[in-house]
Design a binder for this molecule. Sequence first.
Ligand code: ADP
Ligand code: MG
Length: 287
Amino acid sequence: MLNYAIIAENLTYRYGDLTAVDHINFEVERGEVLGFLGPNGAGKSTTVKMLTGQIRPTEGRATVLSADVSKHASQIQAQIGVAFETSNVYEQMTAVENLKLFARLFGVREFDAEALLEQVGLAGRGNERVAGYSKGMKQRLMIARALVNQPRILFLDEPTDGLDPVSSETIRGIIRQQSENGTTVFLTTHDMVEADKLSRRVAFIDQGKIAALDTPHALKQQYGKRGLKVTVECPDGRLETREVILDREDTAASVHELFANQRVVTVHSEEATLEDIFIRVTGRGLN
Ligand code: ADP
Ligand code: MG
């Protein structure tokens, strides 16, 4: 138990008749980055709200840093950092004022606002009003705010959604750096490339349920098919693409058939992406 930063047991949330999160079970190890991957409406944000004590589960239990979130929300909140897609920073205040306000809320006395801003790529911009910030700058400020209390777990809800590539890459760098420092990261995203790059393990969430949970490598081994994409030229000059799946009994015959009877133009090997596997496991795509 002590090695887990987060434990969800039969965690469930209903909005009226709608079961948004449906009896999910998982653990997050201390220091790991868990990618929580699913399409819009899958139940990711609702899960984060339960794990961070913003809403109480309808059923089941969330344990964070060895304490029951329903009973010890404020004690837990002092030790975690949360950056929500929709949560707001105060637009009329400067970035430094925002950070100071947050530090006061958490009773953090000693912190270096400039160092935090530098860490999120906002060095020298701290005395500007947030109203003039771009979306990417606001999102990076929100992450700086989540780091004010040096959290042991960082909850990031779609941190790069809709951001420019530079802001997104800065945020991914912060996640890597936090992870190297031993911070546990719970990262929700519908970006499978991001989940693949950053997470030690990923959970596929679909319609409030966890459809799979493992390392990206293991998921690819279990569900991914290796294949060849072969482009052939038809007698009338059109190009057509054929797919040959590897590791099957008829693979050799299929390859032979193509080379014996077709004019082969190109051959590429294919590796399954997390998105392919998500579709295979859940029967739906991520968008
Ligand atoms: P995600 O973050 O994966 O997009 P959410 O957790 O926001 O998913 O939503 C899960 C489901 O719950 C969706 O069907 C959504 O429409 C519904 N939902 C979310 N928030 C509310 C709310 N405040 N009231 C009613 N239904 C909600
Ligand atoms: Mg969401």
